[in-house]
Design a protein around this ligand. Structure first.
Ligand SMILES: NC(=O)c1ccc[n+]([C@@H]2O[C@H](COP(=O)([O-])OP(=O)(O)OC[C@H]3O[C@@H](n4cnc5c(N)ncnc54)[C@H](OP(=O)(O)O)[C@@H]3O)[C@@H](O)[C@H]2O)c1
Length: 344
């Protein structure tokens, strides 16, 4: 099969389109013909060699796909519902190996697409919406009227969080660069913040002097302590990324990573107790073993899709062999929403 291989860690040109052996499903796994691949920021970090658990090159990156079941191996029954069969349209979370014409995935990480869902949407939903949903409703129990600050609000997870917040009656603060402000307003962010012009702590405190209920922060470094300053009693800071470590060109920079690490706050349990604030870490990769919870969250997300409450925003679709261009597009922060690789 054809696959996009990372030959060595580095900037996007390290990708090479290669013929590699077809993957062989084992007991409990399905073979899936890939139609669309969702690119996640994590893939950029995998390519750079700074994502935890990344194998040594050469390897195939990527975490999520949508496609059609080709082969069902014994023991690959889903945890509930009907057995998968060849021809089923599905989405799957993979552990690497997604940038390819074929993938194998454990049945517990494969979900049927709702009727009528296009493959691009099927590849755009799982990681972004599960991360936002799990952070906001499972871990933070947000209620209508609660106020949330969403960083990177025009990115993949950011737009998912804004849509989910609006569907549940939350008040939204969202940060993004200057070129994305109009889009934030168009999608209904209540307080759009251009981080180049305004200090987000000042904006939040202006509208909520006592502090807000939740911040979702994937930026890291000094951003974590600034986000903490936005919270009031009962507030939750969800930390789920470290974009600050990724430089603009997509090159590895030890200095940049180290600076962000040194700027990362240390939270004291006694201070957290005294202020009645929670700091919550979310890592979707680690949550895959919580099969029942992940499946019920995705069922709810698909239900919201089917009733028109959410709809992934696809910024651009590139053919699989243009993966390097697609990664550069994300490093250049040109995407509003999700970037997809399509497989013909
Ligand atoms: N923990 C988990 O399970 C989990 C799951 C999914 C994603 N994440 C994390 O969530 C974050 C967003 O992921 P995503 O897939 O939604 O990414 P995305 O679509 O590329 O959106 C990220 C946005 O962050 C901003 N940004 C900040 N620093 C950046 C940098 N160094 N390079 C490029 N953009 C930067 C950009 O918006 P502006 O132009 O407005 O600045 C960008 O559009 C990432 O940190 C990712 O690792 C974590």
């Amino acid at each position: 099969m054809r696959a996009l291989v990372v030959r060595r860690y580095g900037s996007p040109e390290v990708f090479e389109s290669q013929q590699v052996p077809d993957p062989q499903p084992k007991a409990g796994e399905l073979l899936i013909r890939v139609k669309a691949i969702g690119i996640n920021f994590a893939d950029l970090l995998q390519r750079m060699g700074i994502y935890p658990g990344t194998p040594k090159p050469p390897f195939i990156p990527g975490l999520e796909i949508a496609g059609v079941v080709e082969k069902v191996v014994e023991g690959s029954r889903p945890p509930e519902g009907e057995q998968f069969k060849p021809g089923d349209a599905v989405t799957a979370l993979t552990n690497f190996n997604a940038y390819a014409e074929w993938v194998v995935a454990p049945a517990r990480q494969v979900h049927r697409l709702p009727a009528g869902m296009k493959f691009d949407d099927g590849a755009a939903i799982p990681v972004n919406y599960l991360t936002a949903y799990h952070s906001m409703f499972t871990m933070s129990n947000l209620q209508p009227g609660d106020r949330i600050l969403i960083h990177g609000a025009a990115g993949g997870v950011g737009i998912a969080a804004v849509q989910l917040a609006r569907a549940r009656g939350l008040v939204t603060f969202g940060t993004a660069g200057p070129a994305k402000q109009e889009y934030l307003r168009k999608m209904g962010v209540d307080h759009a913040i251009d981080y180049e012009k305004s200090d987000f702590v000042d904006v939040v405190r202006k509208f909520a002097p006592d502090g807000i209920e939740m911040v979702m922060d994937p930026i890291g470094g000094k951003s974590f302590s600034r986000s903490y300053k936005c919270l009031g009693p009962g507030g939750r800071l969800v930390v789920y990324g470290f974009s600050a470590a990724a430089g603009p060109g997509g090159k590895r920079s030890v200095l940049r990573g180290l600076t962000a690490l040194l700027q990362t706050p240390r939270f004291s349990p006694l201070k957290l107790m005294g202020e009645s604030i929670s700091v919550i870490g979310v890592n979707l990769g680690r949550m895959q073993s919580r099969t029942a919870l992940m499946r019920s969250e995705l069922d709810e997300i698909f239900q919201m899709y089917s009733t028109g409450k959410i709809k992934p925003v696809i910024s651009k679709t590139f053919p699989l062999d243009q993966g390097a261009v697609a990664h550069q597009y994300m490093h250049d922060r040109k995407n509003i929403g999700k970037v997809i690789l399509s497989v013909k």
